[in-house]
Write a protein that binds this ligand. Structure first.
Ligand SMILES: NC(=O)c1ccc[n+]([C@@H]2O[C@H](COP(=O)([O-])OP(=O)(O)OC[C@H]3O[C@@H](n4cnc5c(N)ncnc54)[C@H](OP(=O)(O)O)[C@@H]3O)[C@@H](O)[C@H]2O)c1
Length: 184
């Protein structure tokens, strides 16, 4: 079952050369200090309005553990973490799931949530794309070349046509691109 408008967006912050994490795990590269005068200002109001539209987050366990280390940005919004381990959290909003990803998404989540964000990492992105579970890719490009690290798209193994839905360039040099995934 699917709610009328349920949608899964893969969201990731990436370097221009396609990496989403550095080998040493440092994240300072994610904060752009560029000055692009024609860009849109990324205000607290803009971010807050945007975050309010997200009904739940989905992530792999590696991303979850990294997020716990860096500081929880998801408040009380439900977060579904894929893992085959017996992980525990003291947050009521965090739920650990295992099993067939297609069943988890189609049978458990789509009936309850409309705007679902899959926020990492590489392994889960690959599974979502291979299984045809994502509707949209939202990529924020940081103006930097990392040269090495964890790839966003790690040899998906299939060709997936996209269509550009939106582009926003921000004053700090970040560019957000939203692509719809053409489903056969
Ligand atoms: N730049 C960004 O926006 C951004 C965003 C997110 C993450 N990242 C980075 O990406 C890296 C993590 O990515 P990653 O590819 O290594 O890992 P990941 O995709 O976050 O997590 C992979 C883990 O998810 C679990 N998993 C995957 N599919 C599953 C399934 N069908 N059923 C049950 N469990 C499943 C497994 O956990 P178990 O091993 O526990 O079974 C697997 O080891 C980190 O460095 C992080 O900082 C960057």
């Amino acid at each position: 079952m699917r709610t009328k408008n349920s949608k899964i967006t893969i969201h990731m912050v990436s370097s221009l050369d396609g990496f989403i994490a550095k080998k040493d795990g440092s994240v300072s590269w994610m904060h752009s200090k560029d000055n692009y005068e024609k860009g849109v200002e990324l205000t607290e109001e803009y971010i807050s309005k945007f975050l309010k539209s997200i009904d739940c987050y989905i992530m792999g366990s590696q991303t979850y553990e990294r997020t716990i280390e860096l500081g929880w940005p998801y408040g009380e919004v439900p977060v579904f973490v894929l893992t085959n381990r017996n992980l525990k959290s003291n947050k009521k909003s965090v739920h650990f799931l295992s099993g067939k990803l297609t069943e988890i998404i189609n049978d458990k989540l789509k009936s309850k949530f409309e705007n679902m964000w899959m926020v990492g990492g590489t392994m889960l992105t690959k599974e979502f794309l291979k299984l045809g579970l994502a509707d949209e890719i939202n990529i924020t490009i940081i103006p930097t070349l990392l040269g090495d690290g964890t790839l966003f798209f790690d040899y998906i193994g299939k060709e997936i046509p996209l269509h550009l839905k939106d582009v926003t360039a921000f004053k700090d040099g970040m560019v957000e691109m939203v692509y719809g995934i053409n489903k056969e």
